[in-house]
Design a protein around this ligand. Structure first.
Ligand SMILES: *Cc1c(COP(=O)(O)O)cnc(C)c1O
Length: 450
C-alpha cells in the first residue's frame, strides 16, 4: 500500500514499446469491409487514441485478452455492465441453465417476474416497469411516455449528457442562452430538434428562463443520474433538488437516465445518492449482466399510460428475453449482498485518491474525479468540472499519450478521454496496485512529452 508518499517514487524515464497488434490489425482490416469504420458502435474504432482497435478474444474477472494474446486489466467493463467483472460464474451458470429451455418465446415467462420483483422490492423509485432490449430504447420510450402523459411535446436536456441515439436526443446546444437544439447527427429532422431544448448543466437561471419561455409546453427534463458520458460531471445535490422543484412547479416530469448510474452508485442509483425521486427512471447496462436489457419505470399511475393499459405504444420482439433476464437476475442478486457497494466504492476511492496524491505531489495538471465505482482522469487543474464547457478539448492530447502508455503496460481504458472508467468487484488490491504503478509511469511519460 502507498501511504501518501507517491511523489517520492522515481520518475519513469520513457515510453514502452508498442504491444504487438498484428492479429487485431488484420481483423480490423477485414471488418472495414463489412462495417462502417470497421465497427458496430463508433467509439470502438479508436479514432480518439493511437493505433487500431484491439479485438477481444476472452474476458475473465478483471482481465481481457486480445486476438494477439495480450492480457489487460480492464477498466472499460463493456462500458459499464460488468460490475462483477467478466465471465462471472454465477451469471454464466444461470444463463447456461436457462438457455437449455430455448432462447425466446415472444410470450411471458416467469423470469420476467423474477427480475422485476428483484428490482421493485429493492427500489423505492419504481412501482411498475417495462423491459426493453437497450438503453436507447428505454430512454426513447421514457420520453414518449412523458409526452403522452403530459400531452406536451418539448423536452429539456443538458449539454454533456448522452441518452442513446434516438432522434429527439441527438441534439446539441445551438447558439444563444435558451435555444432550440441543433441536430448532432445527420438524418435527424430539424423539426425533431425543435422539440428539444438544450441547456448547460449546473445553471439554474437557464432552466428558469426556458420554463418561462416555453410555459406549459415542456413535457420533461431529462438528465443522467450523474452525467458520465462526457467526463464525469458531478452535480450538486441542491441543483438536482432544484430540478425536481422546477419540474413540479411547471407540470413537467423529471426523468433520470440511470443507464450508467443505476445499480452502479448503489442498487437504487443516483436517485438514492441524491435523495431525489424522479418521475421516470431508465436503466440499462448493469441490469442485463452483459446481455442486452434496458428498462424504464415509474409510479403505477404514470406507467399505466403504457399500452396495452394506456395510449402510449411501446413494444419489443425480444423484450424480457429469458436468457437476458437470467443474466440480470444472477447479477442483481450478487449486488444485493450486504457490503457489496461499500467494498467496491471503498476500493475505488482508495485507487482514485492515490492517483490524485501522486499527480499532486508531482505537480501534474491532473484531477481524478470519482463517485461510487466510476472514475475519470482529467488533464486539468480545476477543482470541479460540472458542465461540458469546463472540459478543455486540447487536454485530450494528453489522454491519447496516457492511453497508449497504459495499453503498453497492460491496462485497458475505454478509447476516449471523455469516457469514464469502471472498477468492478473482480479488481483486487493486486491489480489496482499494478494499475496505479502503470498510471504513475504513464503520467510521467505524458508530462515529459508535453
Ligand atoms: C449507454 C447509455 C445509453 C444508451 O444505452 P445503449 O444500451 O447503448 O443503447 C443511454 N443513456 C445513458 C446515460 C447511457 O450511458
Amino acid at each position: 500500500m502507498f501511504s501518501g508518499n507517491e511523489g517520492e517514487l522515481p520518475v519513469n524515464t520513457g515510453s514502452k514499446p508498442d504491444i504487438s497488434r498484428e492479429k487485431s490489425a488484420e481483423l480490423f482490416e477485414k471488418a472495414k469491409n463489412y462495417f462502417p469504420g470497421g465497427v458496430n458502435s463508433p467509439v470502438r474504432a479508436f479514432k480518439s487514441v493511437h493505433g487500431t482497435p484491439l479485438f477481444i478474444q476472452k474476458g475473465d474477472g478483471c482481465f481481457v485478452w486480445d486476438a494477439d494474446g495480450n492480457q489487460f486489466i480492464d477498466f472499460c467493463g463493456s462500458w459499464g455492465p460488468l460490475i462483477l467483472g467478466h465471465n462471472h460464474a454465477k451469471v454464466r451458470e444461470k444463463v447456461t441453465e436457462v438457455m437449455q429451455n430455448g432462447m425466446s418465446f415472444g410470450a411471458p415467462t416467469a423470469l420476467e417476474n423474477e427480475l422485476a420483483e428483484l428490482i421493485i422490492k429493492n427500489n423505492k423509485f419504481v412501482e411498475k416497469i417495462r423491459f426493453t432490449s437497450s438503453g436507447t430504447e428505454a430512454v426513447m420510450s421514457a420520453i414518449r411516455l412523458a409526452r403522452g402523459y403530459t400531452g406536451r411535446d418539448k423536452i429539456i436536456k443538458f449539454e454533456g449528457c448522452y441518452h442513446g441515439h434516438s432522434d429527439s436526443l441527438l441534439v446539441k446546444a445551438g447558439s444563444g442562452l435558451v435555444t432550440f437544439g441543433e441536430t448532432s447527427s445527420a438524418g435527424v429532422p430539424k423539426a425533431f430538434a425543435q422539440e428539444t431544448i438544450v441547456l448547460p448543466l449546473n445553471d439554474t437561471a437557464a432552466l428558469e428562463q426556458a420554463f418561462a419561455q416555453f410555459k406549459d409546453q415542456v413535457a420533461a427534463v431529462i438528465i443522467e443520474g450523474i452525467p458520465a458520458n462526457n467526463g464525469l460531471l458531478m452535480q450538486e445535490a441542491s441543483y438536482v433538488e432544484f430540478l425536481q422543484r422546477i419540474c413540479k412547479e411547471n407540470g413537467a416530469l423529471l426523468i433520470f437516465d440511470e443507464v450508467i448510474t443505476g445499480f452502479r452508485l448503489g442498487f437504487e442509483g443516483a436517485a438514492a445518492y441524491y435523495g431525489v425521486k424522479p418521475d421516470i427512471v431508465t436503466y440499462g447496462k448493469i441490469i442485463g449482466g452483459g446481455l442486452p436489457v434496458g428498462m424504464y419505470g415509474a409510479s403505477a399511475e404514470i406507467m399505466n399510460h403504457i399500452s396495452p393499459d394506456g395510449g402510449v405504444y411501446q413494444a419489443g420482439t425480444l423484450s424480457g428475453n429469458p436468457v437476458a433476464m437470467a443474466a440480470g437476475i444472477a447479477q442483481l442478486t450478487e449486488l444485493l449482498r450486504s457490503g457489496f457497494y461499500k467494498d467496491l466504492n471503498n476500493k475505488t476511492s482508495e485507487f482514485a485518491e492515490s492517483i490524485q496524491r501522486f499527480a499532486t505531489a508531482r505537480n501534474y495538471k491532473v484531477r481524478v474525479f470519482y463517485v461510487g465505482s466510476i472514475f475519470w482522469i482529467a488533464f486539468t487543474d480545476r477543482e470541479k468540472i460540472q458542465a461540458a464547457d469546463d472540459i478543455e478539448h486540447s487536454s485530450m492530447e494528453k489522454f491519447k499519450v496516457m492511453h497508449r502508455e497504459l495499453l503498453n503496460r497492460g491496462i485497458y481504458l475505454g478509447p476516449s478521454g471523455y469516457e469514464v472508467g469502471f472498477v468492478s468487484a473482480a479488481h483486487t488490491k493486486i491489480e489496482l496496485e499494478k494499475t496505479k504503478r502503470a498510471i504513475f509511469d504513464s503520467l510521467d511519460v505524458v508530462f515529459r512529452n508535453k
